[in-house]
Design a protein around this ligand. Structure first.
Ligand SMILES: Cc1cc2nc3c(=O)[nH]c(=O)nc-3n(C[C@H](O)[C@H](O)[C@H](O)COP(=O)(O)OP(=O)(O)OC[C@H]3O[C@@H](n4cnc5c(N)ncnc54)[C@H](O)[C@@H]3O)c2cc1C
Length: 376
């Protein structure tokens, strides 16, 4: 039976980074992915993922994103591929909303420079925006986006170069502890390893039933709209944004890789799903949710819908991640529940998961993500 130091189940955003870090440390690592690498059925596709310091989610994400930036740039240097596009980032909403104030607080606590702009000021500086008077913006110059498919492919390439083995099109059927290690069964073979890392995204609960109540998949929809003035929606002229409006929390990106201004609404239609049976078609009611915000806040981009995709969030009750070793099985660790804001950290999550596999602990502060805050 083939034996490894570590097996990683799921080679998406987090798994590709984990294999890279394990291989870099000289571990004999195997990555198992049920679909292709990359693919469009999980959480890490759609050409762009925002990276930003304006972290209203919690100030303790700031050191993680700092390290994530370093590691993304290191991977760019290793592979010679561009993975990060800097556009500046806008976090916007009513000035008295927690969304706005907490983003500002995270920057203040960690000495991240930013500007506060009124609606009039931001609309003038970036004419693709048309925010109403009640929306204030935090502009932070270092924000931008990652190219998620390229990030995954380049982590895998660099991992393979460092000696890792990665199998695509090989679903894991189940696993069980075996002595101090694990036994993993796929549709093709059976493997053993000293450590197991589960980075299965929306499928986490199918492999680790303990997390089922705390890592819940949710259907999302992305749309790409044709701008009337394309020059206002390029990376040089249009910063990525997250904005809290009366109609919900929207986020968006300039045109890049594919034509069209990209927009989504967080928790789109609040549809909890089974990732194996999710409706992956995009319907008129999905488009309407996106178009209402484009028409009101970015009217110069409200042309035809050029492309659309579905994607999956995996939400925890507090929207903080789930990271750690299983209490009854310390040779197995899980990274799940990235709740719609995880991709930017994938590079540092890979480092953390490799630390946990190697040492059972990490120097990164992951106290916010402990499994035992829930009944896992
Ligand atoms: C629409 C949308 C917009 C987002 N925007 C942002 C953003 O701007 N910035 C940001 O930081 N984050 C964002 N996120 C969140 C971020 O993309 C996710 O948190 C991140 O991609 C999760 O990565 P993952 O590795 O957990 O999941 P995935 O990348 O989906 O990887 C899990 C992998 O496990 C595989 N797998 C599952 N079960 C098995 C099995 N039994 N055998 C083998 N393989 C298996 C799957 O096929 C999959 O490839 C967004 C998410 C969505 C859906």
């Amino acid at each position: 039976m083939p034996n490894y130091d570590a097996i990683v189940i799921g080679v998406g955003g987090m798994g590709s980074a984990t294999i890279y870090h394990l291989a870099r440390r000289g571990w004999k690592a195997l990555g198992l992915e049920q679909y292709g690498i990359p693919h469009e059925l999980g959480s890490s596709h759609g050409y762009s993922r925002m990276i930003r310091y304006t972290l209203q989610e919690h100030p303790s994400y700031v050191p993680l994103v700092r390290r994530a930036y370093e590691l993304w740039h290191e991977l760019e240097d290793t592979t010679g591929e561009r993975l990060v596009v800097t556009t500046g980032s806008v976090r916007a909403g009513p000035a008295d909303s927690p969304y706005f104030q907490d983003a500002q607080k995270s920057c203040d606590l960690h000495n991240i420079p930013y500007e506060v702009l009124t609606a009039k000021e931001i609309n003038k500086r970036f004419p693709g925006y048309k925010f109403p008077e009640e929306i204030s913006s935090i502009y932070q110059a270092d924000g931008g986006f990652l190219l998620p498919e390229e990030c995954i492919v380049n982590h895998v390439k660099a991992a393979e170069q460092a000696g890792a083995e990665v199998h695509s099109g090989e679903p894991v059927l189940d696993w069980e502890p075996q002595g101090s290690g694990v036994l993993v069964r796929t549709d093709k073979d059976t493997y053993t390893a000293g450590r197991l890392v589960v980075t299965a995204g929306a499928w986490a609960a199918k492999l680790v039933p303990n997390v089922a109540a705390y890592a819940v998949p949710e259907r999302q929809v992305l749309g790409w709209f044709q701008p009337e003035r394309p020059e206002l929606f390029r990376p040089e002229t249009f910063p990525v944004f997250g904005v809290l409006t009366e109609e919900g929390r929207y986020y968006g990106f300039p045109s890049y890789s594919v034509p069209g201004f990209k927009i989504g609404r967080s928790h789109h239609l609040l549809q909890q799903v089974d990732p194996d049976r999710m409706d992956r078609e995009v319907h008129a009611e999905d488009e309407a949710v996106l178009r209402q915000a484009v028409s009101r806040y970015f009217p110069l981009a409200a042309g035809r819908l050029l492309d659309r995709k579905t994607c999956i969030y995996t939400n925890t009750p507090d929207e903080h991640f789930l990271i750690g070793a299983l209490p009854d099985c310390p040779q197995v660790s899980v990274a799940a529940g990235f709740s719609g804001h995880g991709f930017k950290y994938a590079s540092v999550i890979g480092e953390i998961m490799a630390d946990l596999a190697q040492n059972g602990e990490t120097d990164h502060d992951i106290s916010l993500f402990q499994l035992d805050r829930f009944d896992v």
